[in-house]
Design a binder for this molecule. Structure first.
Ligand code: X2X
Length: 376
């Protein structure tokens, strides 16, 4: 029995009790000669009316606790991209663990916001979307702290990502998301973003000179690519592949899984540099009112399902990287691995991004992150 219907039965019981007492009680022993049966009838009907009124008052509460037929879950990428797989997994786990009572339906391609992925966070906040798994990049226009992960060359390896998401930095980030009116639940991962282009090998900043690069989300990316001498253009994922195929842009940056599954090699992107300059974690999150409509038990179950789906997705997508690398090479793409010295050149060329963005992200947050990475 759900808490609201339990409340209803308790309320009905309390209202009915005096009526039962009245039926078996006082009027039989009244010797005043008045027709107490009539009075009793009236009293009983008043009590019944009160009971009915209480029922009416209780029913809407019961209604609120009822599940919606479907809860929308927004993502940018569908399965079989790891991001979409994470969402499907979350939906499956919630279905299983609620015995089919709670139905999550995944809407990929940011379709609930007409493909405009940087509008996903406001839609989640306002209730146009119930749940979402969003990239820190796409939500950064509304939550500036999320730009932390986009600082170039901040996180050198997976341990660095985990040191941030799994520690105090992650808590500070979740607090920032909460402060913006959305309930964060768990972490996932899109992956280290590597640079592809159609012109030639890029292994030093000067190779990017004048190159048109498609970037997403935050203006931070424009600053990074401008600092490298490139010519960045911000556009949604939906527009990226067409822009690459017409040559409107020369390059793009995305994780290997995205490059491979979206067949980016088909649109002339035959050079790929593994520079690991940043990785975008994914955040599983809920609209605040939707979240409040669940019982504490359901909240715990949905959150745990998000944590489990996220951990599963992170593990799967990291494990897939070596085979993805091989598969991409087999498609005729030239893959360039940078030495530490080459990475240092790119890092040195982008220090202005830290100066520009640390105040917007928050100096304390950046410092906490740096310490966590140093001590990982
Ligand atoms: O648009 C992109 O590049 C993508 C799919 O990786 C994100 O949504 C951040």
């Amino acid at each position: 029995m759900n808490p609201a219907s339990a409340g209803f039965f308790i309320a009905a019981e309390r209202v009915m009790t005096p009526a039962r007492v009245g039926n078996t009680g006082s009027w039989r022993y009244d010797f005043t000669g008045n027709n107490h049966k009539e009075e009793e009838k009236m009293r009983n009907s008043t009590i019944l009316c009160a009971a009915a009124a209480m029922m009416l008052a209780v029913i809407p509460i019961q209604g609120l606790a009822q599940y919606k037929n479907e809860y929308t879950v927004s993502t940018v990428l569908p399965a079989p991209f790891p991001w979409g797989e994470a969402a499907e997994r979350w939906a499956e786990l919630v279905d299983e663990r609620s015995n089919g009572e709670i139905n999550f339906k995944v809407y990929p391609n940011a379709e609930l916001v007409s493909g405009n992925q940087t509008r996903e966070f406001p839609a989640l906040r306002s209730g146009v979307i119930d749940f979402a798994i969003g990239s820190t990049i796409n939500w950064s226009p509304q939550v500036p702290e999320l730009n932390l992960f986009s600082l170039p060359f901040l996180m050198p390896d997976y341990e660095a990502i985990d040191a941030l998401t799994g520690g105090e930095t992650g808590e500070m980030i979740f607090e920032a998301v909460r402060a913006k009116g959305v309930v964060p639940l768990a972490w996932g991962e899109n992956g280290f973003r590597e640079l592809s282009n159609s012109n030639g090998v890029i292994d030093e900043p000067s190779d990017l000179e004048g190159m048109k690069i498609r970037v997403v989300g935050s203006p931070l990316f424009e600053d990074t690519f401008n600092a490298l001498g490139a010519n960045p253009t911000q556009m949604s994922w939906a527009d990226a592949k067409p822009a690459l195929s017409t040559g409107a842009v020369d390059g793009q940056e995305n994780p290997l899984s995205v490059f491979h599954i979206a067949n980016i090699h088909e649109v002339g992107q035959t050079y790929l540099t593994r520079w690991h300059y940043m990785a975008d974690p994914l955040i599983f999150a809920a609209n605040r009112n939707i979240w409040a409509s669940f019982s504490p038990e359901d909240q715990a179950m949905i959150k745990q399902a998000a944590v489990d789906a996220g951990l599963w997705e992170i593990e799967q997508s990291r494990a897939a990287v070596p085979s993805l690398r091989g598969a991409i090479e087999e498609r005729g793409v030239t893959i360039t691995e940078l030495t530490d010295e080459q990475v240092a050149e790119f890092r040195d060329a982008t220090t202005s991004v830290y100066e520009e963005w640390t105040p917007q992200i928050g100096a304390e947050l950046v410092e906490t992150a740096r310490e966590a990475i140093a001590n990982r």
